[in-house]
Design a protein around this ligand. Structure first.
Ligand code: B4P
Length: 183
């Protein structure tokens, strides 16, 4: 099973992917977590990524695609959380899977309104102090989402591959809906 979680910043992709992979014994592949790990270890890649990440910009496609490639080849049951985020990344993912003779099983879109998203990110800033949850970075991320990532939803919609999940409500409510969607 290869599942993509798509949605705006703060929609709960990471939160739900962590719970679902634990329940199902899948691999959780989060580009956000991979990038944060590189930044924490202050690797060359991490230092490069930080210049984009802190402002709420996307890290360049080729960097993220390289990060995901080897890991994807090693996994069969996987939730891709936060990847793809651009149409270029989505096309690259399709190519990688086609080369391996496999395909995506599900693309889940997390539907949440903007006010709720901003509220969640502001709360996370208070708790975790993430630089990309500062007000200016949040504003930028919402714009980046509309420009770069919303077209990815259309890319998959055109192929009839999107399942939309209402991601409002408690974490448990959303988890139950997701279990129904991936079953
Ligand atoms: P990510 O780490 O992917 O994170 P995100 O979009 O902020 O959040 P997510 O939707 O996972 O929300 P979460 O569960 O945390 O991206 C961060 C950055 O990494 C990007 O801006 C970019 O720079 C870079 N990046 C990542 N992937 C990339 C790619 N493919 N290409 C280029 N750059 C890339 O939830 C948010 C908060 O809400 C949490 O505090 C959570 O506890 C809370 N929450 C969750 N569900 C809730 C609910 N139902 N009710 C109330 N609160 C809830």
């Amino acid at each position: 099973m290869r599942i993509v979680f798509l949605g705006p910043p703060g929609a709960g992709k990471g939160t739900q992917a962590a719970i679902l992979t634990e329940k199902l014994g899948y691999v959780h592949l989060s580009t956000g977590d991979l990038i944060r790990d590189e930044m924490t270890r202050e690797t060359e890649l991490g230092k490069f990524a930080k210049t984009f990440y802190d402002k709420g910009d996307l890290v360049p496609d080729e960097t993220v695609i390289d990060m995901i490639k080897a890991r994807l080849a090693e996994t069969e049951n996987v939730i891709l959380d936060g990847f793809p985020r651009t149409v270029i990344q989505a096309a690259s993912l399709d190519d990688q899977l086609a080369t391996a003779g496999v395909s995506l099983d599900k693309v889940i879109f997390f539907n949440v309104d903007v006010d709720e998203l901003i509220g969640r990110l502001e709360k996370r800033r208070e708790i975790e102090g993430r630089v990309d949850d500062e007000p200016e970075a949040i504003r930028n991320r919402m714009g980046v989402y509309n420009r770069e990532t919303a077209p990815v939803v259309d890319y998959y919609r055109d192929g009839g591959r999107v399942i939309e999940v209402d991601a409002l409500g408690t974490i448990n409510d959303v988890q139950e809906r997701l279990m129904g969607a991936v079953a």
